[in-house]
Ligand binder design. Structure first.
Ligand SMILES: [Zn+2]
Length: 217
Protein backbone atom coordinates (compact mmCIF):
# COMPACT_ATOMS: atom_id res chain seq x y z
CA UNK A 1 0.00 0.00 0.00
CA UNK A 2 2.82 2.35 0.97
CA UNK A 3 4.64 1.51 -2.21
CA UNK A 4 1.53 2.35 -4.24
CA UNK A 5 1.19 5.67 -2.41
CA UNK A 6 4.82 6.50 -3.16
CA UNK A 7 4.29 5.63 -6.79
CA UNK A 8 1.20 7.88 -6.98
CA UNK A 9 3.09 10.75 -5.32
CA UNK A 10 6.04 10.31 -7.66
CA UNK A 11 3.67 10.29 -10.62
CA UNK A 12 1.94 13.48 -9.43
CA UNK A 13 5.30 15.19 -8.97
CA UNK A 14 6.40 14.14 -12.44
CA UNK A 15 3.17 15.41 -14.05
CA UNK A 16 3.43 18.64 -12.04
CA UNK A 17 6.99 19.21 -13.21
CA UNK A 18 5.89 18.57 -16.75
CA UNK A 19 3.24 21.26 -16.48
CA UNK A 20 5.57 23.80 -14.93
CA UNK A 21 8.19 23.22 -17.64
CA UNK A 22 5.46 23.55 -20.26
CA UNK A 23 4.24 26.82 -18.72
CA UNK A 24 7.74 28.31 -18.81
CA UNK A 25 8.38 27.66 -22.49
CA UNK A 26 8.32 31.12 -24.13
CA UNK A 27 6.30 31.37 -27.34
CA UNK A 28 8.21 31.24 -30.58
CA UNK A 29 8.00 34.72 -32.07
CA UNK A 30 8.13 35.58 -35.74
CA UNK A 31 7.47 38.72 -37.78
CA UNK A 32 5.58 38.83 -41.06
CA UNK A 33 6.68 41.81 -43.13
CA UNK A 34 5.14 43.28 -46.29
CA UNK A 35 7.06 45.52 -48.66
CA UNK A 36 6.25 47.95 -51.48
CA UNK A 37 2.60 48.74 -50.67
CA UNK A 38 0.06 49.81 -50.04
CA UNK A 39 -1.80 48.26 -52.97
CA UNK A 40 -5.51 49.00 -53.34
CA UNK A 41 -6.69 45.39 -53.23
CA UNK A 42 -3.82 43.20 -51.97
CA UNK A 43 -3.11 45.31 -48.88
CA UNK A 44 -6.80 45.44 -48.02
CA UNK A 45 -7.07 41.66 -48.37
CA UNK A 46 -3.93 41.02 -46.30
CA UNK A 47 -5.20 43.34 -43.55
CA UNK A 48 -8.44 41.45 -43.39
CA UNK A 49 -6.59 38.09 -43.12
CA UNK A 50 -4.38 39.43 -40.32
CA UNK A 51 -7.49 40.70 -38.53
CA UNK A 52 -9.24 37.37 -38.95
CA UNK A 53 -6.39 35.61 -37.13
CA UNK A 54 -5.80 38.47 -34.67
CA UNK A 55 -2.11 38.75 -35.53
CA UNK A 56 0.26 41.69 -36.06
CA UNK A 57 2.65 42.41 -38.92
CA UNK A 58 4.93 45.13 -40.25
CA UNK A 59 4.37 47.06 -43.47
CA UNK A 60 7.38 48.70 -45.13
CA UNK A 61 5.54 51.21 -47.26
CA UNK A 62 6.72 53.08 -50.32
CA UNK A 63 6.03 56.79 -49.71
CA UNK A 64 4.33 57.49 -53.02
CA UNK A 65 2.05 54.47 -52.65
CA UNK A 66 1.18 55.55 -49.11
CA UNK A 67 0.22 58.97 -50.48
CA UNK A 68 -2.03 57.27 -52.99
CA UNK A 69 -3.75 55.02 -50.42
CA UNK A 70 -3.52 56.82 -47.07
CA UNK A 71 -6.61 55.08 -45.69
CA UNK A 72 -4.90 51.67 -45.91
CA UNK A 73 -1.84 52.94 -44.03
CA UNK A 74 -4.10 54.49 -41.42
CA UNK A 75 -6.11 51.28 -41.09
CA UNK A 76 -2.93 49.18 -40.72
CA UNK A 77 -1.59 51.47 -37.98
CA UNK A 78 -4.94 51.59 -36.19
CA UNK A 79 -5.15 47.81 -36.23
CA UNK A 80 -1.82 47.55 -34.40
CA UNK A 81 0.53 46.86 -37.29
CA UNK A 82 3.87 48.60 -37.51
CA UNK A 83 4.66 50.95 -40.40
CA UNK A 84 8.24 51.15 -41.62
CA UNK A 85 10.00 53.26 -44.25
CA UNK A 86 10.84 51.65 -47.62
CA UNK A 87 11.85 54.90 -49.44
CA UNK A 88 9.60 57.25 -51.39
CA UNK A 89 9.98 55.99 -54.95
CA UNK A 90 11.73 52.61 -54.52
CA UNK A 91 14.83 53.74 -56.44
CA UNK A 92 17.92 51.67 -57.17
CA UNK A 93 19.83 52.41 -53.97
CA UNK A 94 23.17 51.75 -55.66
CA UNK A 95 22.59 54.86 -57.74
CA UNK A 96 21.63 57.13 -54.84
CA UNK A 97 23.88 59.76 -53.31
CA UNK A 98 23.54 60.99 -49.74
CA UNK A 99 21.32 63.90 -50.75
CA UNK A 100 18.87 62.01 -52.95
CA UNK A 101 18.63 59.12 -50.49
CA UNK A 102 18.12 61.50 -47.59
CA UNK A 103 15.19 63.01 -49.49
CA UNK A 104 13.70 59.53 -50.11
CA UNK A 105 13.77 58.77 -46.38
CA UNK A 106 12.61 62.17 -45.15
CA UNK A 107 9.72 62.47 -47.59
CA UNK A 108 8.43 59.03 -46.65
CA UNK A 109 8.79 59.78 -42.96
CA UNK A 110 6.69 62.91 -43.46
CA UNK A 111 4.02 60.97 -45.39
CA UNK A 112 3.79 58.22 -42.74
CA UNK A 113 3.75 60.70 -39.89
CA UNK A 114 1.10 62.78 -41.64
CA UNK A 115 -1.19 59.75 -41.96
CA UNK A 116 -0.57 57.90 -38.70
CA UNK A 117 0.81 60.59 -36.38
CA UNK A 118 3.76 58.30 -35.65
CA UNK A 119 7.28 58.66 -37.00
CA UNK A 120 8.69 55.35 -38.32
CA UNK A 121 11.76 53.89 -36.64
CA UNK A 122 12.39 51.00 -39.01
CA UNK A 123 13.85 51.21 -42.49
CA UNK A 124 14.07 48.37 -44.96
CA UNK A 125 16.31 49.10 -47.93
CA UNK A 126 14.92 48.09 -51.34
CA UNK A 127 16.66 44.89 -52.49
CA UNK A 128 18.45 44.77 -49.15
CA UNK A 129 21.13 47.17 -50.38
CA UNK A 130 22.81 48.76 -47.38
CA UNK A 131 26.26 49.87 -48.43
CA UNK A 132 28.01 53.23 -48.15
CA UNK A 133 25.78 56.29 -47.92
CA UNK A 134 22.66 54.15 -47.43
CA UNK A 135 23.97 52.82 -44.14
CA UNK A 136 25.34 56.19 -43.02
CA UNK A 137 22.28 58.28 -43.84
CA UNK A 138 19.80 55.75 -42.41
CA UNK A 139 21.80 55.73 -39.19
CA UNK A 140 22.04 59.52 -39.10
CA UNK A 141 18.27 59.72 -39.39
CA UNK A 142 17.91 57.34 -36.45
CA UNK A 143 16.58 54.33 -38.34
CA UNK A 144 17.01 50.73 -37.41
CA UNK A 145 17.76 48.84 -40.62
CA UNK A 146 15.71 45.67 -41.03
CA UNK A 147 16.45 42.92 -43.51
CA UNK A 148 14.88 39.43 -43.42
CA UNK A 149 15.73 35.80 -42.72
CA UNK A 150 13.01 34.06 -44.75
CA UNK A 151 12.54 35.14 -48.37
CA UNK A 152 9.29 34.08 -50.05
CA UNK A 153 10.18 35.66 -53.43
CA UNK A 154 6.44 36.23 -53.76
CA UNK A 155 7.07 39.33 -55.92
CA UNK A 156 7.89 36.95 -58.76
CA UNK A 157 4.22 35.95 -58.88
CA UNK A 158 4.97 32.50 -57.43
CA UNK A 159 2.09 30.14 -56.64
CA UNK A 160 0.59 30.05 -53.14
CA UNK A 161 2.04 26.56 -52.84
CA UNK A 162 5.61 27.77 -53.49
CA UNK A 163 5.25 30.73 -51.14
CA UNK A 164 3.90 28.47 -48.41
CA UNK A 165 6.76 25.97 -48.88
CA UNK A 166 9.38 28.75 -48.76
CA UNK A 167 8.04 29.88 -45.39
CA UNK A 168 7.57 26.44 -43.84
CA UNK A 169 11.05 25.31 -44.99
CA UNK A 170 12.97 28.09 -43.25
CA UNK A 171 10.78 29.42 -40.43
CA UNK A 172 12.11 29.27 -36.87
CA UNK A 173 11.90 31.24 -33.65
CA UNK A 174 12.94 34.85 -34.41
CA UNK A 175 12.32 34.68 -38.18
CA UNK A 176 11.59 37.83 -40.14
CA UNK A 177 9.58 36.76 -43.17
CA UNK A 178 9.74 38.88 -46.33
CA UNK A 179 6.51 39.14 -48.32
CA UNK A 180 5.10 41.85 -50.59
CA UNK A 181 1.69 43.46 -50.43
CA UNK A 182 2.35 45.18 -53.75
CA UNK A 183 3.06 42.94 -56.70
CA UNK A 184 2.90 44.19 -60.26
CA UNK A 185 1.00 41.19 -61.67
CA UNK A 186 -1.18 38.59 -60.00
CA UNK A 187 -0.27 38.05 -56.32
CA UNK A 188 -0.73 34.70 -54.60
CA UNK A 189 0.50 36.05 -51.28
CA UNK A 190 -2.96 36.42 -49.64
CA UNK A 191 -3.83 32.83 -50.56
CA UNK A 192 -0.49 31.59 -49.19
CA UNK A 193 -1.12 33.50 -45.94
CA UNK A 194 -4.51 31.86 -45.51
CA UNK A 195 -2.78 28.48 -45.59
CA UNK A 196 0.38 29.20 -43.65
CA UNK A 197 -0.85 31.37 -40.76
CA UNK A 198 -3.12 28.72 -39.19
CA UNK A 199 -0.38 26.10 -39.58
CA UNK A 200 2.21 28.26 -37.81
CA UNK A 201 -0.26 29.24 -35.08
CA UNK A 202 -0.91 25.56 -34.48
CA UNK A 203 2.85 25.01 -34.15
CA UNK A 204 2.95 27.59 -31.34
CA UNK A 205 4.29 30.58 -33.26
CA UNK A 206 3.25 34.08 -32.21
CA UNK A 207 3.16 36.76 -34.91
CA UNK A 208 4.53 40.09 -33.68
CA UNK A 209 5.75 43.36 -35.21
CA UNK A 210 9.44 43.69 -36.00
CA UNK A 211 9.94 46.16 -33.13
CA UNK A 212 8.35 43.68 -30.73
CA UNK A 213 10.49 40.85 -32.06
CA UNK A 214 13.71 42.82 -31.68
CA UNK A 215 12.78 44.40 -28.33
CA UNK A 216 12.07 41.14 -26.56
CA UNK A 217 15.30 39.46 -27.56
ZN1 LIG B 1 10.82 46.76 -52.13
Amino acid sequence: MRRVLCLVLALLLFVGMGFSVFAEVPPKKIALTFDDGPHASYTAEILSILKEYGIKATFFVVGQNAEEHPSLVKQAAEEGHEIGNHTYSHPKLKEQNAESFSYELEKTRAVIEGITGVSPILFRPPEGFREGVIKTVAKEQGYQMVLWSVDTEDWRGLSADRIEKAIIKDVKDGSIILCHDYVAGQSHTPEALRRVIPKLLAEGYEFVTVSDLVRKR
